[in-house]
Design a binder for this molecule. Structure first.
Ligand SMILES: Cc1cc2nc3c(=O)[nH]c(=O)nc-3n(C[C@H](O)[C@H](O)[C@H](O)COP(=O)(O)OP(=O)(O)OC[C@H]3O[C@@H](n4cnc5c(N)ncnc54)[C@H](O)[C@@H]3O)c2cc1C
Length: 297
């Protein structure tokens, strides 16, 4: 892995480096970029940095694998079944009502994305705000090579990664969404235009790239961009919430799962749950300023 580039960030100024979050970070020497990454044209940038110990997954394969693993261990997965309410009894969780009937349970984990806030509004206030984010896939004509990294472009609201078939996925362009139910699941034309203007500026041979497809979705934001994974003190006993993944719900899934496991009485997570505690917020208002994690500033 020594020479592999897990994630590359293009930077305007190297002085910014110490402020960036994440794991070990190293300057990617200018002379190594053309050799290892011939598709990159960094002439408009000060250079690139490398995040060590990174990788990416295909989210569909990841989700299906988790579902099959859970079923193999005895779980029942009911898709297309709306949960219509939480049942409580004397300050304790008693189960849920669903459109397919009632389910008794001494503990309920509500992980309903941005809808968690609305679902639990009568039981507990959560500072969750919906926001919309999007992706576009480009076929560069000539496939991206196996060394092509994922990365981001500072200040441009985009990140990118190779698709397994050699296409390029560009994502980001995230903004608070006041009408999450009505929000389009298609990417915006403005985003496509932005991608078309931006990408050929730092990747060679992309001026005639073909747009393959795109999509958009709504996630839950929190005021500090970290999720809320907690058994809230002011909620009914037995209730656990896991929400506000703020664009990182796939990559933080193993961490969230460890936290949830501890909260439902399983083994302790190998980290403190205070990072995700609801009481870290002084205000539970949903009316906070949205911070985009893809802005990369
Ligand atoms: C375009 C796009 C790109 C993204 N890229 C990345 C990325 O690169 N890396 C990353 O880590 N994350 C990424 N994300 C974010 C990631 O998808 C989310 O953070 C994650 O899916 C949040 O997980 P969740 O379980 O909280 O919510 P969701 O994935 O929204 O799942 C909640 C589920 O609950 C269901 N639900 C809600 N209410 C009810 C109810 N009453 N009854 C029954 N079911 C209900 C919903 O239908 C939904 O299936 C991206 C998101 C989008 C939209």
């Amino acid at each position: 892995m020594d020479d592999a580039v897990g994630e590359a960030g293009l930077v305007d100024q190297f002085e910014e480096l110490p402020r960036r979050e994440g794991g070990p970070l190293a300057r990617l020497e200018d002379e190594r970029v053309p050799g290892r990454h011939p598709r990159f044209d960094l002439s408009a940038f000060a250079g690139a940095v490398r995040h060590e110990e990174t990788g990416f997954v295909d989210p569909y394969t990841f989700a299906v694998t988790l579902k099959e693993d859970a079923e193999a261990r005895g779980a029942t997965v009911s898709t297309d079944t709306e949960v219509t309410g939480l049942r409580t009894d004397g300050g304790r969780v008693a189960g849920v009502e669903t459109e397919a009937g009632s389910v008794d349970a001494p503990r309920v984990v509500v992980a309903a994305g941005w809808r968690t806030e609305r679902f639990l509004r009568e039981q507990v206030r959560l500072p969750i705000r919906p926001y919309r984010t999007q992706c576009a896939v480009l076929d560069p004509g000539r496939e991206l090579d196996a060394e092509f990294p994922m990365g981001w472009v500072p200040g441009e609201h985009v990140y990118f990664r190779p698709e397994p078939n050699g296409d390029l996925l560009v994502g980001g362009w995230s903004f608070a969404e006041d009408d999450p139910e009505g929000a389009s699941e298609r990417e915006d034309e403005a985003f496509r235009d932005h991608v078309a203007d931006l990408v050929p500026g730092f990747l060679r041979d992309f001026d005639r790239a073909r747009f393959v497809n795109g999509w958009a979705g709504v996630d839950g934001a929190t005021p500090d961009t970290r999720p809320i994974v907690d058994a809230p003190d002011d909620g009914p006993e037995g209730l656990v919430v896991a929400t506000g993944f703020h664009g990182r719900g796939v990559m933080t899934a193993p961490v969230a799962a460890s936290a949830v496991r501890e909260l439902v009485g399983g083994p302790a997570a190998p980290f403190s749950l205070s990072t995700f505690a609801l009481d870290r917020f002084d205000s539970r208002s949903r009316d906070f300023e949205f911070s985009s994690i893809s802005a990369g500033d």
